[in-house]
Each structure stands twice: as structure tokens, then as C-alpha cells.
Design a protein around this ligand. Structure first.
Ligand code: TPP
Ligand code: MG
Length: 1035
């Protein structure tokens, strides 16, 4: 821009008065349109270079020239080149080469150039004004008065941008003059006080003119201040899209655009009354109860209602929300409209818990409610997703659920279903999951087509000052990575807030991209109602004590405007207080707390009316031969014409085809069979994770790529059956926390989908630990909501080093809720046991069992999370194959695979039973064979680790009365399964015998980094497993 200014300053044309006149004559008045950079070529000679010079015109032409010098007329090309090369003022301009058609215009122009010496200054001034306008658009928010307390800087910076002139409120006139003088003397704009009354033409990139195309500088500054430096700070100029920038400029710059009817003002007041009096009511009744009140940001309620009203008006009928503690009860009561008595009864400590789970505190529970939106008279469903304390953890979950709801109703553009995410300022800036979630926002298989984010920016996190809590100017800066506009707004100006929320909702429905509303507010009390804020923020809280509540301020304003009168206002308050009192009286009748009343994702039809499974059985998970063959054939073919796949892949598919002919499957084919058969039954399947389309180990190949046509792909799984359910397989962003959270949310929406998340290697799941610990493991117990998500975690000690080896089975097993010391007494043991568990943990040793467990996940009459430790080397192990026979109707998942060799034929003779799980089985059988110990040692595979197959393992142990019992694992002793299995195995035998250990020693790291050590360790554990004297001295 400076370059351009210098450049354009070298022009010498018209006098100021002539120019302004000419401009206003030549430029059409509003409405302005969103135009792309124009290409100036032929018209240039005839255009106003010399008659009616416009800085905007020059600037646009300069940018066009920068992009492509040929796009402007030769004369401008020469001029810009000379100027850029540093030609002295007045020398850059050269006569253009003669053009027959425009010669007369040019020579006329040239004479004007010589005749109008003041134009140099004029163009410079116009450019300066344009820079000034741009400065407000870019940096006006730094000057905006965002803090209701007037003591803090929302951007953590008390200095004002050097290139913005402010006059009203913040600076008095004397200061303004001084500032102008400094800027002038400093030569920043080359403007001085005498320019204030000069009229300047407005560029197309501003809307401050309204119907006027030129304004005096004084008025330009005033209007820019009105637009950008009052109670709204707009951050948007980083968006690289002219249309979007113009849209925002129009929304905030157009004079008088922020108008409210009296009716709208009264509605806003009524909403503030509800928000404020709700907190006051809770405070009156339960002054010492934690509720994380909204005081200081009561405007959140009208803000959310505005977003919902506007979105409903634009066609949205389902809003999925996620939010933290602050103001949650208020949102439940006044936005989602949860019955007040249901909220109030939660404060009653004598309320008994229903037998549904362990429950959660009241400000974590979710909600689902369908009602009529009073403003639009349209049906709207609101759902608030239950969440743990872990701030922002619900963000990806909400996104996943939203995506699923959009998917199931065919809403491919997010026109019907949307999400709103609320955040605290400290958490929004501090938690990395926010960033991970933003990065999902524009990915084809993860986008929800725009989320409205609302930040309750009370300028404090618990006791921590923002200056200690973030390095970015605003807590919202993370949103800039996805080019989301950010609207900062002073929360004590309810009309500004409502205006901004309307714009945010419109933005979302126009561009289907994320947007942030930053409610700059304060927190009237401590972090919770029992907390003393003066310990740590004494001065802030002295100021807060002086602060009039926003309701009072706004009521006074409306009364002074004659919009309402005092009695009407008081009546509104009394009306709501009465509603609260009546609900409170009713709440006393509630004796039992039903968490199921707080369900965020009901599954109508899946359960009986009182929420029970429709049966307690699971049908056979086998499949008929015809379907197995058909799926196998599709899996080994390219089901579209003229599609060239890679030669290596052709060989893989050929091998698959041969396996199908031989009626066998490997791991990849077993997975194919499971998915393909469920798709036939109308079950949607979604497999997501890093590189899942091909598979980390290049075994899956669910997406074929045409080798000759860029981006042409084929998913054979979607070509299996007519009317099949769709299969979604998607490589995700490199995120575990975000993506696993997303898939969990996706799985929440419907029980009739198999949603799987695969880790690249199992150990990477720990960056998503919070989703596992807070949602997957205890989700049903806390929130009565079931979830059938499947985690595929590649696991196995294969000499690959400390990472890439262990999916940490010990952690999953440690979190299982089955009692190690109690043999469960259950009818329908296997299914009932699954029903009672918090999740299922398996490690399959055969492809057929993998096939069955995936199918069982859907054929069960309830949903539980399923953790599967999946193989790496076994994917290609020649023995890790299954026959179709093990997958036919009547077959099912084997929780335990007993020994079927010589040992099993003669069990009394068996000296040792080796219990194991997963891949080590193949090492053990090989070793047993080599040692010719097949009659002495039985090997029993535990395929379902949890819930523990007490019944089957009891049978196994009893079958070999003379045998020692040994748990054998390849993992280190303090890891793997040993600590989980040992006490349970002992329970199955009434602790009659010891359970010995054969495996690696305890260790800090999951595996050695040295291949040789790895092999030595393996040999050692095999030696122990087959040394029948190994435990003699220990007995
Ligand atoms: C991941 C996580 N870490 C720490 C906490 C403990 N904690 C609860 S509230 C809070 C402060 C939150 O500040 P902010 O996000 O600004 O929300 P506010 O309470 O101010 O509304 C903290 C640190 C938490 N809940 N979650
Ligand atoms: Mg805060």
C-alpha cells in the first residue's frame, strides 16, 4: 500500500474541488456490489486517469498490475514499473505509445496533467483516506470499547494502533487534535486538520457512505468509529475472500444498520429478565450451592436465543449445543426450556438416585427437547450434549453428533442441522482440542457446514488473569486459522450483542463456515459461588462491585426511551419470579432423580418404552455362503468401468480372489465381510482415522485410486448391494483427541450404525485419553446414554521399539467395571454380562472371530463401546486365516478358543495350561510343536478379555485337573493383561491353585528399542512357558 501511495503520488492531475466533483458525478451511488478485482486493459485510455481521478481506481489497477502487468494499459504498466523502480516524483509518468482509438483522449489528458499541479496531493490524500478506512477495518477492534468494566483491554494491549484516529469516548477533543497532529507531523497519512472538512470519494471496499459516494473526512472518521470502535470489535480482514469481507463490511458499516424495533427491545428485556432472575432465584434458595452462575454475562441467554431464532428463520430445525459449566443451568432453563422443577430438584440433597447409573453433577448433564420456536413459529429441536469437567472436550463430540444428524436427514449442506459451541475465555485459548476441532471444520467427511462459537469471555479463568493464561491478544485467535470472522462485543450492550448474534447466524447460513462471537463480560462472583475472588483479583472485583447489572442498565435505557415503563418492567420480573416459585413448589414432589430425563440423544424405537433392551439374546453372527462369496468377489474386483488400479494392488486383489475361491479369509477380508454384510442390513458404516482408507499396513484398500485420472476414486464397498446402507471411509486429520471425539459423537446419534475409529498405532490413543476416560469408559454410567463406538488399536510386540508396540491393554482393562473377586451369577451369561459391562475389550487371534465381534456389535440388543487390539504382522501371517466354515450361519464369536489338539484329547495328562491372548498364541504353538510338547501343554486363547469369560475359563481350568495354570503374554509384566486376568482366573477356580506368569519382566517402556533384545526377551518368555520346572521352586 505504501508502495502504491508513493506510486500514485507521482501523478499530477486535477484540483481538489474539480476532482471531488467529478468523482461524485462519475461514480454511481449505493448500492455497492461485491466485485472481484477488475482487469483494466482497453478501457484505461478512455477512463478517468486524467479526468476524475479515483484513488480507488488507481489502487485497484495497481493490484491488477501486480498480479499481471499485461492486464493494465501499457501506459499504466510503464508508470507502475517506473514508480516501482524508484523514479523521482513526476518522472514515472511517460506518454503511452500512440493508440489510434484513444489518442485524442490521451493528449487531452496529458494537457490536463500539466495543467493541474494539485492532483498529486489530491491522489495522495485519497489514498491516505483509503488507508485510513482500511486501518479501521483491520485494527478498529483494538480501539473498540469492549470491556464493560472499562479497566481491562480485551486484546491485552493498552496502546492504541498508531494509524487510527479516534475522537469520541476514549479520547477527548484535545487528545484527538494532538493525535492528528502527531500523525500529520509524523507524516503517517499526510493529512492534517485542514483536511477534515474536505470531501473524499469512498472506495468500493467501504459501506460507510450509505447512499453517498463521497464524504468529508471528519464524517468518514466519525462513521468508521461508529462502525469499528464502539461496543463491537470486528476481526475479519484476514479472510482471503473479497465477497465475505464485503458482506461483513456491509453488516457493520452501513449507517443506521443496527436498528431495533420497540417490540424487539421488549423481547430482549424480557429475556434479560429471565436470565438475571433465574440466577437470583437460585442464589436466594441455595446460596451455598455451586451453580457456576452467569452473573456478569446474563446477556448470554438473549445471545443464544437470537442465534437460534435467526437460524430457525433460515431453515434450521435442529441445533446441537455444547457448553461448559458457566451459565449451563440458565441455558437449560431459558434456552432449551428444561422444566424448572427438574432443575430445582437437583439441588435437593435428599433426592434419591434412580437405578440407572452413577450419574453426574447437575451442570454436566445433557438435554434434548423439541418445541415450537415462538419467534419463527417453526419446530425446533435443541440438544445440549452432556460433558465432563474437562473443558472443551465436548467440542468434537458435538461436531460428530451434528455431522451424524445431518447425514441421517440428508442435510448435505448444513441447512437443517447446526451446532453451537460455547467456550470460556481461558479454556478456548488454552485447550488444544479447540484447535483440533477447528481443523475438522472444513474437511469433507467432518464438516458440519459452520459452527457458531460463543465465548463467555469474563476475562478470567478460575483465578488466573488472561495475561498469564494466553500469549495471543484475544482468547479467540485460534479461530483465525480457519478464517472464521470474530465478533468481539461488549456484553453490557445487549443490543450490540443481539445484533452481532444475528450477523453470526446469518454468516453461517450464508457461507456455511465457522464464526465466533466473543462476549466480553465479567464474572460478578468468584469462580463458583463459594469462591472468594478478592484473594486474587482485588481491584477488578472492587470495580465489579460498582458495576450496575446489565438488566438494570438496559431497563433504565428502555424506560428513558419510553419503550417500557417502570410498572411493566416490574411486572415482567414478578411474572418470572412467580414461575420460578411455582416450579420450586412442584420440585419438592420429586423424590427420585432420573438421569434418563437428561438424555441428550434418545434412540426412539431401539429400546422398549421404559428404556430397556428388547431382548437379552444375540442371534448367530454367521453369514450364508452366498453372501460371503459375493462380498469376497467385490472385495477382489474393481466394480467400475475403465478404472486403472496400481499393478501391486491388482496382485493384492488377485490374492483376495484366490482366498475367496478357497473359502478362506485373512484379516482384511474378514473385515470386508463384516462391513459388507451389515451394509446389506441397512447399517451405515463409518470408518475414520489416520490413513484408514488404505490402512496403515497397506492391507485394507477400501478406496481405489485410478492411476490415470487425478482424484478419481472408487469404493467397492458401496457397490455391494442394491439399496444397501452407505459406507463412509475417511482418512482423518492428524488428530486423535479431535477425531475420536468426533466419531464418538457420530456414534451417539443412532444405534443403527457401526462407527469405528482406528488409531495409526494403538499407543497413539493416549492423545485422546480424555475422550476414552471421560466419555467412552463411563459415558453410560454418568449419562445413561449408550454408545457402540469401536476402537481399532493396532497392537503387538514386534521389535518396532517403545512406540508403535503397545496399545496399552492394561489401561483399558484397569477401567473395566467387572469385579475380579466375584464369579457373576447370571442367566444368559454371555449377553447379560455384556449388558452389565461398561465396555468390551477383545484381542482376536483369528479373522473369523474379528468378523463375528464386529457383527455382534450391531446384532446385540444394546450398545457398548468395543475396544479391539488389532494385529500388525498377523495381517499377513499365513496361519492367521479362517475358513468360511467358521463364519457360516450358526457360528458366533468365540469368547474363548480352547485347545483342540492332543492336549485336549487327553486332558488328564496335561501338565500345564497356557492361557494367552492375541498374537503370542502363534509363537506359543510354534514353540510347542518344536518342543514336541503338544500333549503336555494346552494353549487356551482368551479372545474376549472383558467382560471376563469366567464361565468358559472355569470350564477350561476344570478340564485339566493336573495342570499348572500359567498366564503367558508378550507384554511386560506390569503391562498387558496379567494384572487383570490373574485375580479373575483365580476366582474361576476358587483360588485353588496359583496362576503363574510367563512373559517379559516389568519395565518402564512398553518395548525395547533393540531388535536383538526383543528377540532374546521373546525366547526367554517362550522358555519359561515351556519349562515345566519353571515354577517348582515358587510353589
Ligand atoms: C481441561 C480442564 N483443565 C482444568 C479444569 C479446571 N477448571 C475448571 S474451570 C477453570 C477455569 C475456566 O476458565 P474459563 O474457560 O475462562 O471459564 P469461566 O469459568 O471463566 O467461565 C478451570 C481451570 C477443567 N475443568 N478442565
Ligand atoms: Mg473465563
Amino acid at each position: 500500500m505504501l508502495n502504491l501511495r508513493t506510486c500514485a503520488a507521482k501523478l499530477r492531475p486535477l484540483t481538489a474541488s474539480q476532482t471531488v466533483k467529478t468523482i461524485s458525478q462519475h461514480r454511481p451511488a449505493a448500492p455497492r456490489t461485491f466485485q472481484q478485482l477488475r482487469c483494466y486493459s482497453a478501457p484505461v485510455a478512455a477512463e478517468p486517469f486524467l479526468s476524475g481521478t479515483s484513488s480507488n481506481y488507481v489502487e485497484e489497477m495497481y493490484y491488477a498490475w501486480l498480479e499481471n502487468p499485461k492486464s493494465v494499459h501499457k501506459s499504466w504498466d510503464i508508470f507502475f514499473r517506473n514508480a516501482n523502480a524508484g523514479a523521482a516524483p513526476g518522472t514515472a509518468y511517460q506518454s503511452p505509445p500512440p493508440l489510434t482509438t484513444s489518442l485524442s483522449t490521451l493528449s487531452q489528458a496529458q494537457s490536463l496533467v500539466q495543467a493541474q499541479p494539485n492532483v498529486d496531493k489530491l491522489v495522495e490524500d485519497h489514498l491516505a483516506v483509503q488507508s485510513l478506512i482500511r486501518a479501521y477495518q483491520i485494527r478498529g477492534h483494538h480501539v473498540a470499547q469492549l470491556d464493560p468494566l472499562g479497566i481491562l483491554d480485551a486484546d491485552l494491549d493498552s496502546s492504541l494502533p498508531a494509524d487510527i484516529i479516534t475522537s469520541t469516548d476514549k479520547l477527548d477533543l484535545a487528545v484527538f487534535k494532538e493525535r492528528l497532529r502527531v500523525l500529520t507531523v509524523g507524516g503517517f497519512y499526510g493529512l492534517d486538520e485542514s483536511d477534515l472538512d474536505k470531501v473524499f470519494h469512498l472506495p468500493t471496499t467501504t459501506f460507510i457512505g450509505g447512499n453517498e459516494s463521497a464524504l468529508p473526512l471528519r464524517e468518514i472518521i466519525r462513521r468508521l468509529e461508529m462502525a469499528y470502535c464502539q461496543h463491537i470489535g470486528v476481526e475479519f480482514m484476514f479472510i482471503n475472500d473479497l465477497e465475505q469481507c464485503q458482506w461483513i463490511r456491509q453488516k457493520f458499516e452501513t449507517p443506521g444498520i443496527m436498528q431495533f424495533t420497540n417490540e424487539e427491545k421488549r423481547t430482549l428485556l424480557a429475556r434479560l429478565v429471565r436470565s438475571t432472575r433465574f440466577e437470583e432465584f437460585l442464589h436466594r434458595k441455595w446460596s451455598s450451592e455451586k451453580r457456576f452462575g452467569l452473573e456478569g454475562c446474563e446477556v448470554l441467554i438473549p445471545a443464544l436465543k437470537t442465534i437460534i431464532d435467526k437460524s430457525s428463520e433460515k431453515g434450521v430445525d435442529y441445533v446441537i449445543m455444547g457448553m461448559p459449566h458457566r451459565g449451563r443451568l440458565n441455558v437449560l432453563a431459558n434456552v432449551i426450556r428444561k422444566e424448572l422443577e427438574q432443575i430445582f430438584c437437583q439441588f435437593d440433597s435428599k433426592l434419591e438416585a434412580a437405578d440407572e447409573g452413577s450419574g453426574d453433577v447437575k451442570y454436566h448433564l445433557g438435554m434434548y427437547h423439541r418445541r415450537i420456536n415462538r419467534v419463527t413459529d417453526r419446530n425446533i429441536t435443541l440438544s445440549l450434549v452432556a460433558n465432563p469437567s474437562h473443558l472443551e472436550a465436548a467440542d468434537p463430540v458435538v461436531q460428530g453428533k451434528t455431522k451424524a444428524e445431518q447425514f441421517y436427514c440428508g442435510d448435505t449442506e448444513g441447512k437443517k442441522v447446526m451446532s453451537i459451541l460455547l467456550h470460556g475465555d481461558a479454556a478456548f485459548a488454552g485447550q488444544g482440542i479447540v484447535y483440533e476441532t477447528f481443523h475438522l471444520s472444513d474437511l469433507p467427511s467432518y464438516t458440519t457446514h459452520g459452527t457458531v462459537h460463543v465465548v463467555v469471555n469474563n476475562q478470567i479463568g478460575f483465578t488466573t488473569d488472561p495475561r498469564m493464561a494466553r500469549s495471543s491478544p484475544y482468547p479467540t485467535d485460534v479461530a483465525r486459522v480457519v478464517n472464521a470472522p470474530i465478533f468481539h462485543v461488549n456484553a453490557d450492550d445487549p443490543e450490540a450483542v443481539v445484533y452481532v448474534c444475528n450477523v453470526a447466524a446469518e454468516w453461517r447460513s450464508t457461507f456455511h463456515k465457522d464464526v465466533v462471537v466473543d462476549l466480553v463480560c465479567y464474572r460478578r462472583n468468584g469462580h463458583n459461588e463459594m469462591d472468594e475472588p478478592m484473594f486474587t483479583q482485588p481491584l477488578m472485583y472492587k470495580q465489579i462491585r460498582k458495576q450496575k447489572p446489565v438488566l438494570q442498565k438496559y431497563a433504565e435505557l428502555l424506560i428513558s426511551q419510553g419503550v417500557v415503563n417502570q410498572p411493566e418492567y416490574e411486572e415482567e420480573i414478578a411474572k418470572y419470579d412467580k414461575i420460578c416459585e411455582e416450579a420450586h413448589a412442584r420440585s419438592k414432589d420429586e423424590k427420585i432423580l432420573h438421569i434418563k430425563h437428561w438424555l441428550d440423544s434418545p434412540w426412539p424405537g431401539f429400546f422398549t418404552l421404559d428404556g430397556q433392551p428388547r431382548s437379552m439374546t444375540c442371534p448367530s453372527t454367521g453369514l450364508n455362503e452366498e453372501d460371503l462369496t459375493h462380498i469376497g468377489q467385490v472385495a477382489s474386483s474393481v466394480p467400475v468401468e475403465d478404472f486403472t488400479i496400481h499393478g501391486g494392488l491388482s496382485r493384492i486383489l488377485k490374492t483376495r480372489g484366490e482366498m475367496v475361491k478357497n473359502r478362506t479369509v485373512d484379516w482384511a477380508l474378514a473385515e470386508y465381510m463384516a462391513f459388507g454384510s451389515l451394509l446389506k442390513e441397512g447399517i451405515h458404516i463409518r470408518l475414520s482415522g489416520q490413513d484408514v482408507e488404505r490402512g496403515t499396513f497397506s492391507h485394507r484398500h477400501h478406496v481405489l485410486h485410478d492411476q490415470n485420472v487425478d482424484k478419481r476414486t472408487c469404493i467397492p464397498m458401496n457397490h455391494l448391494w442394491p439399496n444397501q446402507a452407505p459406507y463412509t471411509v475417511c482418512n482423518s486429520s492428524l488428530s486423535e483427541y479431535g477425531v475420536l471425539g468426533f466419531e464418538l459423537g457420530f456414534a451417539m446419534a443412532s444405534p443403527n450404525a457401526l462407527v469405528l475409529w482406528e488409531a495409526q498405532f494403538g499407543d497413539f490413543h493416549n492423545t485422546a485419553q480424555c475422550i476414552i476416560d471421560q466419555f467412552i469408559c463411563p459415558g453410560q454410567a454418568k449419562w445413561v446414554r449408550q454408545n457402540g463406538i469401536v476402537l481399532l488399536l493396532p497392537h503387538g510386540m514386534e521389535g518396532m521399539g517403545p512406540e508403535h508396540s503397545s496399545a496399552r491393554p492394561e489401561r483399558f482393562l484397569q477401567m473395566c467395571n467387572d469385579d475380579p473377586d466375584v464369579f457373576p451369577k447370571l442367566d444368559d451369561f454371555d449377553v447379560r454380562q455384556l449388558y452389565e459391562c461398561n465396555w468390551i475389550v477383545v484381542n482376536c487371534s483369528t479373522p473369523a472371530n474379528f468378523f463375528h465381534v464386529l457383527r455382534r456389535q450391531i446384532l446385540l440388543p444394546f450398545r457398548k463401546p468395543l475396544i479391539i487390539f488389532t494385529p500388525k504382522s498377523l495381517l499377513r501371517h499365513p496361519e492367521a486365516r479362517s475358513s468360511f466354515d467358521d463364519m457360516l450361519p450358526g457360528t458366533h464369536f468365540l469368547r474363548v478358543i480352547p485347545d483342540s489338539g492332543p492336549a485336549a484329547q487327553n486332558p488328564e495328562q496335561v501338565k500345564r495350561v497356557l492361557f494367552c491372548t492375541g498374537k503370542v498364541y502363534y509363537d506359543l504353538t510354534r514353540e510347542r510343536k518344536a518342543r514336541q510338547m503338544e500333549a503336555d501343554v494346552a494353549i487356551t486363547r482368551v479372545e474376549q478379555l472383558s467382560p471376563f469369560p469366567f464361565d468358559l475359563l472355569q470350564r477350561e481350568a476344570q478340564k485339566y485337573p493336573a495342570a499348572e495354570l500359567v498366564w503367558c503374554q508378550e507384554e511386560h509384566k506390569n503391562q498387558g493383561y496379567y494384572d487383570y486376568v490373574k485375580p479373575r482366573l483365580r476366582t474361576t477356580i476358587d483360588r485353588a491353585k496359583p496362576v503363574w506368569y510367563a512373559g517379559r519382566e516389568p519395565a518402564a517402556a512398553p518395548a525395547t528399542g533393540n531388535k536383538k533384545t526383543h528377540l532374546t526377551e521373546l525366547q526367554r518368555l517362550l522358555d519359561t512357558a515351556f519349562n515345566l520346572d519353571a515354577f517348582k521352586d515358587l510353589a
